[in-house]
Design a protein around this ligand. Structure first.
Ligand SMILES: Nc1ncnc2c1ncn2[C@@H]1O[C@H](COP(=O)(O)OP(=O)(O)OP(=O)(O)O)[C@@H](O)[C@H]1O
Length: 551
């Protein structure tokens, strides 16, 4: 159909066949060579720096690092894209790109030792193969240890979970620095020390596993999950028996147990709202309100000097997408909060309502003497395409897309759970391993599917918005929007399931002809180029002219 339209040039790119990886050793060297020392960042725009937080020039201890768990996962820019001329007239030569560039320079601090973490936590990180903090971790850890309330914003897959977990674990629980972990006299031993709230069970459980990994087998009971769909009585018994220092849960279940008087949070020192913009939505409003009212509200002084006059907890709000409603909420719930981004800590007061919510390129500019901050929500190396397909051909388009990109682990998003089964049936009939995942599956069904997807038994996970936020499957190399996300924010979270932590990733949005204008709108809002593509002879074909517009 469109192939014969006004296309002048076709560039055939067979992308995934050429995944070229570099070893961690060489990646590390490059990162270090490129590293911008933290104390140099953001001074011009009035930001706080690690130096200004008294943590920039700590003496360094080196020598603990070992080969990183994700060895080889930092991939180079596509180096071997095939080039094929389809028409001779006005041929534009697209040169092969040079290989060996790091896609995303995520790491600027050389080691976790630089961030002032206690030895026991450093040992855990080493045991789990984490050797270098990401940029957002480099910025967040010292700021939170210092006692700041914070909004952590950084793009999907950049390590925001550890960015808040590390400073918390360095202050409370069995890995904490002894001098820091001493509780005030007002603390009861039964009180929870840190509460982490997430909008979905999957994300909650993912965070629990991250905490358990760091705590190690001996102390893993120090974290308790309070997610919905699991047995509530067992959760309450575990709270009573294990007296965990940390709870991670979904708003409804936390509020439920809190109302029953079985969750003691008045002495809680940390409250984290992960995916905060989602947690602010109407669905969660009542439960979040209760949590904010009860967590860390005790009388008397808190453990930290200069911030003691505020509520006796640190409030940490986290998301890749931070609309101004979050900034406003942070200002009202927190005391002098800071905005933490990759290698940058800025007083939240300087963030203006006019600042765009999302954009590709992070910039700061001064207007009327005020700092304007734009926010990057997606990894810059992610590639975005769209194609046009009739509704009845979409599954076939998906299948051809997977083949053309030689994708190994695919998440296909739709909007309604009732259509997922049909897509799975069609894919399976064509020999492609796939499974549906949605809320109606129940907790066990969901975790089984997820496990199979993670270990590669399932190639295409067909799902809805449930999986759009937080889900961390390192291997996912392709996201397909079989139906359009409702807006640019939803697009960003769906797209962010691939290309995690500097890996290569592709997002293909399959739309109907009448929907192209919506794709164009999202492209504009995100400030990202969405390339029009087709799948021809098993190849992804990108046209340089936008046929969707000129037809
Ligand atoms: N310093 C590090 N070194 C190696 N791996 C890391 C490091 N920090 C985090 N990771 C891993 O990177 C992956 C992505 O981290 P995480 O899920 O925290 O990202 P995120 O920024 O919260 O993403 P999203 O916005 O999608 O929720 C996880 O598998 C995590 O274990």
């Amino acid at each position: 159909m469109a192939a014969s339209a006004s296309t002048r040039f076709l560039v055939l790119l067979k992308e995934f066949s050429a995944f070229r990886k570099i070893s961690w050793t060489s990646a590390g060297t490059n990162f270090h060579r490129q590293s911008r020392f933290l104390c140099h960042v953001a001074k011009e725009d009035g930001s706080l720096t690690l130096e200004s937080l008294d943590l920039g020039n700590k003496p360094r201890k080196f020598g603990k690092s070992k080969a990183m768990k994700l060895e080889g996962s930092f991939v180079t820019e596509m180096g071997q894209g095939k080039l094929k001329a389809v028409k001779n007239d006005k041929m534009k030569v697209v040169k092969e790109k040079k290989p060996a560039e790091i896609v995303s320079p995520l790491f600027s601090a050389k080691s976790f030792e630089e961030l002032g973490l206690p030895d026991s936590l450093l040992d855990s990180l080493e045991r789990e193969g984490f050797s270098v903090p990401t940029d957002v971790q480099s910025a967040a850890v010292p700021a939170i240890i210092k006692g700041h309330d914070a909004v952590i914003q950084s793009y999907t897959g950049s390590g925001k979970t550890l960015a808040y977990l590390l400073p918390i674990l360095s202050e409370i629980g069995p890995l904490a620095e002894k001098s820091r972990s001493s509780h005030s006299e007002n603390d009861k031993r039964t009180d929870i020390q840190a509460m982490i709230v997430a909008p979905s069970r999957e994300l909650g459980m993912q965070i629990v596993r991250e905490v358990e990994k760091l705590l190690g087998p001996v102390h893993r009971r120090m974290v308790q999950q309070l997610v919905g769909g699991a047995n509530r009585m067992r959760q309450e018994e575990a709270l009573k028996k294990n007296k965990p220092a940390i709870v991670v849960g979904t708003p409804g279940r936390i509020a439920e147990i809190s109302k029953s008087g079985k969750l003691h949070t008045h002495g809680c020192r940390f409250l984290v709202l992960d995916e905060v913009d989602e947690l602010l939505s109407f669905n969660f409003r009542e439960d979040i309100h209760r949590i904010l009212e009860h967590v860390g509200k005790r009388s008397g002084a808190g453990p930290k000097g200069e911030v003691d006059e505020r509520a006796n907890r640190q409030t940490i709000l986290v998301s890749a997408t931070v609309p101004f409603s979050v900034i406003r909420a942070a200002k009202s719930w927190s005391h002098e909060p800071v905005l933490v981004q990759a290698n940058k800590v800025t007083p939240l007061d300087t963030v203006q309502p006019s600042a765009p919510v999302i954009s590709l390129t992070p910039t700061t500019s001064e207007a009327n003497g005020q700092i304007q901050t734009t926010i990057q929500s997606l990894p810059p190396a992610l590639k975005h395409y769209y194609c046009i397909s009739k509704h009845q051909h979409k599954v076939d388009t998906l299948r051809r897309c997977v083949h053309a990109l030689d994708a190994q682990s695919v998440i296909a998003f739709m909007n309604h759970s009732r259509q997922l089964k049909d897509v799975v049936y069609k894919l399976e009939a064509r020999g492609m391993n796939s499974a549906e995942m949605h809320g109606d599956l129940g907790k066990l069904g969901r975790s089984t599917v997820l496990k199979k997807f993670k270990n590669g038994e399932i190639k295409v996970l067909v799902t809805n918005e449930l999986s759009a936020r937080g889900l961390d499957v390192a291997e996912c190399d392709l996201v397909v929007n079989l139906e359009l996300p409702t807006d640019a924010v939803h697009y960003a979270h769906r797209a962010g399931r691939t290309g995690r932590l500097g890996r290569k990733g592709t997002v293909v949005t399959v739309c109907e002809e009448s929907q192209v204008f919506i794709v164009k709108k999202m492209e504009k809002q995100l400030g990202l180029p969405f390339l029009y593509c087709e799948f021809v002879d098993g190849e992804l074909v990108v046209t340089e002219e936008d046929k969707a517009i000129i037809r």
